[in-house]
Design a protein around this ligand. Structure first.
Ligand code: SF4
Length: 374
C-alpha cells in the first residue's frame, strides 16, 4: 500500500505543464503543518499498517528546504508505521541537487530518486522553459550515485517542439550512458490552458507529426531493449528488479492514500480528491477539517479503470480477475470486445492474460476505449 505526498512548489512553470503547482514558497512551513494535520486526520482511512511505499511528488519536492522535509518525514513517522517501507521516492529537479542534499535525503530514509530531466539538449530544455541545463542533469545523477542512492529514475519527453529523430536518439543514448535504473519517457502532450497550447494556437510552435512521434517511440523501445531495460508499462522502463513499486501499485489497482493539495486517494471503491488550491487546503486543515471531495465508483467505473491501468502494463490484464470481480456477463463482454484486436495483432492472449503487443502500444488509447463498459 502506498502513501503519496504532494509538494506543489515550483520556482517557474514549464510551458507544457498542467499539474497544479505554485511559486508561493512562503507558505511552505504552514503547508508542512497542514500535511501532518491531514495525515493525523486520515491515518485510519486505509490499512496504513501495510504501508510499503512513500512517494514525495510534485510540483518540485526538492524546492523544499531540508529542515522542512525533515520535519515532514519525522512527523509522518510519529503518525504512520513506516517500518515496512521498501521504497521511498522523492522527485527532484537537477538544479536543486547537490551531494550534501542527497546525503541528507538518504539519512531521512529516501532510497529512490526520480529526476525530471526531459531532455539532454540545452536548446530543447530552453524551449520548454526548464530551469536546468543538460550538464546539470548529468552532474545531478553523479551526485545522487555518489551519495549512495542506487535506484535512480529519470523522466524524458519526446516530440518536443523542433525535435528531430536524431536528437531524440542522442537523448536516449545519454540516458543509457548514465546507467540509471529506471527511465520514464512520455510523448509531449498539448494540454488546454498551458502556454504550449497557446503557442501552438498562435502558430509559434509546430507540433511534431504523429509519424515522427511513433518513430521516436519505436527508437526508444528498441534502444532500451538493447540496453537490457524491461518495458514494463507503456511509458516506463526499468533494469531487472527496479520497477517502480509505488507506481506499480496504481497499475495493480492497489489502494493508496494521497495527502496534500491536489492529491488523490483510492481505497478500492472510493476516490477522494483534494482541491487544487493551496489557500483552501491550508485554511480547511487549520480548522481541523479534512478537505477532500469523495466519489464512490460504480462497478462499471471500477471496471473501466481496471481495464485502463492493467492493460498499460506488460503483465497485462488477467481476465480471470475480471470474472471474479465483475461476473460472467462482464467477462464475456471483455472477451468479445478484445477478439477483433487479438485477430488484428494489437492484443495478444496467453492463457487468462490479455496484453498489448508492440503494435498495440501505439494505439492503446483506442483499444482501451473499446474495451470499456461505457
Ligand atoms: S517542474 Fe514539474 S510540476 Fe513544476 S512546472 Fe515543471 S513540469 Fe510542472
Amino acid at each position: 500500500m502506498g502513501l503519496y505526498i504532494h509538494i506543489p512548489y515550483c520556482k517557474s512553470k514549464c510551458i507544457y505543464c498542467d499539474f497544479y503547482s505554485t511559486p508561493q514558497v512562503e507558505t511552505m512551513e504552514q503547508y508542512v503543518h497542514s500535511l501532518l494535520c491531514e495525515a493525523e486526520l486520515r491515518k485510519d482511512e486505509i490499512a496504513c499498517k501495510n504501508l510499503n511505499t512513500i512517494y514525495l511528488g510534485g510540483g518540485t519536492p526538492s524546492v523544499m528546504p531540508l529542515d522542512l522535509l525533515t520535519k515532514l518525514v519525522k512527523g509522518l513517522e510519529t503518525i504512520f508505521d513506516l517500518c515496512r517501507i521498501e521504497e521511498f521516492t522523492i522527485e527532484v529537479n537537477p538544479d536543486d541537487v547537490t551531494l550534501n542534499y542527497v546525503e541528507e535525503l538518504k539519512q531521512l530514509g529516501v532510497n529512490r530518486v526520480s529526476m525530471g530531466v526531459q531532455s539532454f539538449n540545452d536548446n530543447e530544455l530552453q524551449a520548454i522553459n526548464r530551469r536546468h541545463s543538460a550538464q546539470q542533469a548529468i552532474d545531478a545523477v553523479g551526485a545522487i550515485k555518489d551519495a549512495g542512492i542506487t535506484n535512480v529514475s529519470i523522466d524524458l519527453i519526446y516530440g518536443l517542439p523542433g525535435q528531430a529523430l536524431d536528437s531524440w536518439q542522442r537523448n536516449v543514448e545519454q540516458a543509457i550512458d548514465l546507467n540509471v535504473q529506471h527511465i520514464s519517457a512520455y510523448n509531449l502532450s498539448y494540454e488546454p490552458g498551458t502556454r504550449l497550447w497557446v503557442m501552438r494556437e498562435r502558430g509559434k510552435v509546430q507540433e511534431v507529426s504523429d509519424e515522427d512521434c511513433i518513430a521516436m517511440h519505436n527508437t526508444l523501445v528498441k534502444m532500451l531493449k538493447d540496453a537490457d531495460f524491461e518495458h514494463y508499462e507503456i511509458s516506463n522502463f526499468s533494469r531487472p528488479g527496479y520497477r517502480s513499486r509505488h507506481n506499480s501499485s496504481y497499475w495493480n489497482f492497489t489502494p493508496y492514500l494521497g495527502l496534500g493539495v491536489a492529491a488523490h486517494s483510492f481505497d478500492g471503491a472510493t476516490r477522494r480528491y483534494n482541491p487544487s488550491n493551496i489557500k483552501e487546503y491550508i485554511n480547511t486543515l487549520s480548522n481541523g477539517n479534512t478537505v477532500f471531495i469523495e466519489e464512490h465508483l460504480e462497478w462499471w467505473e471500477r471496471y473501466d479503470e481496471e481495464i485502463m491501468v492493467r492493460l498499460r502494463t506488460s503483465d497485462g490484464l488477467d481476465t480471470s480477475l475480471i470474472e471474479q470481480h465483475y461476473g460472467a456477463q462482464v467477462y464475456n463482454h471483455l472477451l468479445e470486445q478484445a477478439q477483433p484486436f487479438i485477430n488484428q495483432g494489437s492484443l495478444k492472449q496467453k492463457g487468462n492474460i490479455i496484453s498489448l503487443t508492440p503494435q498495440g502500444v501505439m494505439v492503446s488509447d483506442n483499444i482501451i476505449r473499446d474495451l470499456m463498459w461505457n
